[in-house]
Write a protein that binds this ligand. Structure first.
Ligand code: GLN
Length: 204
């Protein structure tokens, strides 16, 4: 598939986690997707995805590669951010019951590995009004849930009464993995956030 220069360029944070799957899903959505490994890569993208992985490891790596502050600055200036699973934890304001550092970009409290051992991995149909009527096939892998939403946060989906998809302005977070679902509606929702911000590549 050729890359259309009029579409935005989405960065996938590529320090650890399911980067390849995110790159492939974005490309299926016909968007240019590139890896972001350092602050120079970050300057070349219009939006950022933080994938699934291991949140304590990625927080350490963000600090080691001096990417934490530049990401916070870009997102506070309006760059769209989407965190999936580990990415939701990294973006959250706080983690329940542990003193784990985060980037504090969306006003939620998350609980890690919240659905319990028996439910380490599950696929289920979720009803997500912003995506339309058809249920969304949500894949959960040692997923967090949302315990508290601040006043500016929209709760977009729940599983068994627990928040699993939220948005606050330019920041989207999902407990599950739409990049593995074969259904690109969450991608399109995120890309719509990006287009509505009026952010295009310099070539556009
Ligand atoms: N359990 C992981 C964490 O707490 C997240 C799992 C995932 O991203 N699939 O960091």
């Amino acid at each position: 598939m050729g890359i259309n220069p009029s579409t935005p360029r989405v960065g996938i944070l590529a320090l650890q986690g399911d980067v390849v799957e995110h790159l492939a899903a974005m490309r299926s959505a016909e968007v240019e997707a590139v890896e972001v490994k350092n602050s120079r890569d970050l300057t070349g993208v219009d939006a950022l995805v933080i994938p699934g992985g291991e949140s304590t490891t990625v927080m350490k790596l963000l600090n080691r590669f001096s990417l934490d502050r530049p990401i916070v600055a870009r997102v506070r200036a309006g760059m769209p951010l989407w965190g999936t699973c580990m990415g939701m934890i990294v973006a959250a304001r706080e983690v329940a019951d542990v003193a784990q550092p985060t980037l504090n970009l969306i006003d939620v409290t998350v609980r890690r590995n919240a659905f319990g051992r028996q439910n380490e991995s599950a696929e289920m149909d979720l009803s997500i009004a912003v995506l339309g009527e058809a249920p969304f096939p949500a894949i959960f892998i040692r997923a967090p849930w949302i315990e508290r939403c601040g006043p500016g946060v929209e709760l977009l989906a729940q599983r068994d009464g627990h928040g699993v998809m939220v948005r606050q302005n330019n920041v989207l977070a999902t407990s599950f993995h739409p990049e593995l679902a074969g259904d690109l509606r969450v991608h399109r929702y995120f890309l719509d956030m990006l287009v509505k911000q009026g952010k295009k590549t310099a070539a556009a």
